[in-house]
Ligand binder design. Structure first.
Ligand code: UD1
Ligand code: UDP
Length: 349
């Protein structure tokens, strides 16, 4: 079968890393990289470290407003589909690259497969919520990572060809965990000891593009008196300097890191503070209490199980959670058993 995969943003590289290599054993896969993420440390490093096959097409769309970005991707993906005539199109998650790939495929009546289907925050102001709902409703095969995702789809009348296969990010972390130990030296480079620091990431538009929210988060980290390691997404870096915000000595900012380095930083920290979807799950996989800088989450299982707390951009709540939030609850296998990739490949054929 000829499968055309559309990826473009950092979390999609992590998700595709295992799936692409497995699919290629019995299929012909063509990869389109939309170019949504383009800096070396947002793109190239993932292809190199995670052994992701080189994209056949790079659309070089780069940054821009949602309409500009999604529209340009749509035009260029359509012309690749016309040329390649794949049997199906595969998209991941909820970015603008996901929606563009989904629309291009659906309009040309090419069967569409969505990995990480059924996630909902029930907050339609998030671009990701719009992208994932639209994509799910035009998908022909939907791979859901959790029971909750299956139930969310069912509430919207989507019940056909929905498979709960578990989460491919769980497969990725199981696979790359040991490789990260051998191949990275980030703990030495940053002179860090195990469990003596908190790892933080911030990148959601709702936090970065709002002065008051970002100021509260920055102040909470500054005032926490904990050693904090903060790999900065370029969007966050840009807004921090535009708003004239700055960090105290306890907060060490670094450039965004590759996945293997990130896994090492996650494994060795004492807690995680984040607004990332992927990082919330990775905290759960690695037994780290997670403090989430959002009002709601798609990964509600992590909150229900006690390993994740939602604090929004409330300075006092963030500071309090950094100081006090702990969890030792036994964990349930909400995200599958590390065989999501195998299940997906078996179903696709
Ligand atoms: C996108 C996704 C988000 C996902 C995130 C993963 C959408 C709507 N959002 O958000 O769901 O969680 O990726 O990281 O698709 N930039 C650079 N270099 C890069 C990439 C981005 O400098 O390589 C800067 C640009 O100023 C750009 C900004 O970051 O305007 C935002 O990038 P964009 O891809 O639009 O959104 P993300 O915040 O990365
Ligand atoms: N990640 C990374 N380097 C970083 C920050 C994140 O490799 O500096 C990884 C992280 O481990 C996870 C994925 O990127 O696998 C999550 O992506 P991101 O937070 O950008 O997006 P989201 O998951 O919120 O869509």
């Amino acid at each position: 079968m000829k499968i055309l995969t559309v990826i473009g943003a950092r979390p999609q590289f992590v998700k595709a890393s295992m799936v692409s290599n497995a699919l290629r054993k019995n299929n012909n896969e063509i990869i389109i990289h939309t170019g949504q993420h383009y800096d070396d440390n947002m793109s190239k490093v993932f292809f190199e470290e995670l052994d992701i096959p080189k994209p056949d097409y790079n659309l070089n769309i780069c940054s821009g407003n949602h309409g500009y970005q999604t529209g340009n991707m749509l035009i260029k993906i359509e012309s690749v589909l016309q040329k390649e005539k794949p049997d199906c199109v595969l998209v991941y998650g909820d970015t603008n690259s996901t929606l563009a790939g989904a629309l291009a495929s659906s309009k040309m009546l090419i069967p569409l497969i969505h990995i990480e289907a059924g996630l909902r925050s029930y907050n339609m102001t998030m671009p990701e919520e719009q992208n994932r709902i639209l994509t799910d409703h035009i998908s022909n095969i939907l791979f859901a990572p959790t029971k909750t995702a299956v139930s969310n789809l069912s509430k919207e009348g989507i019940v056909k060809n929905v498979y709960n296969v578990g989460d491919v990010m769980y497969d990725s972390i199981l696979h790359f965990n040991k490789i990260a130990e051998k191949k990275t030296n980030i703990m030495n480079i940053l002179n860090l000891n195990k469990e003596e620091y908190i790892l933080a990431t911030i990148h959601r538009a709702e936090n970065t593009n709002d002065f008051n929210r970002l100021k509260n988060i920055v102040e909470a980290l500054n005032e926490s008196e904990e050693k904090i390691i903060l790999p900065l997404h370029p969007r966050t870096q840009k807004y921090i300097s535009e708003y004239g915000l700055s960090f105290e000595k306890n907060v060490q900012t670094i450039q965004s890191v590759g996945y293997l380095e990130m896994v090492m930083l996650e494994k060795n920290c004492k807690k995680i503070v984040t607004d990332s979807g992927g990082v919330q799950k990775e905290a759960f996989f690695l037994d780290k209490p997670c403090i989430t800088l959002r009002e709601e989450t798609e990964w509600i299982e992590t909150v229900e199980n006690g390993w994740n707390i939602l604090v929004g951009a409330d300075k006092l709540k963030i500071k309090d959670a950094i100081l006090q939030f702990k969890c030792n609850e036994p964990k349930n296998g909400y995200f599958g058993f590390g065989d999501a990739v195998k299940k997906i490949v078996d179903i696709i054929g």
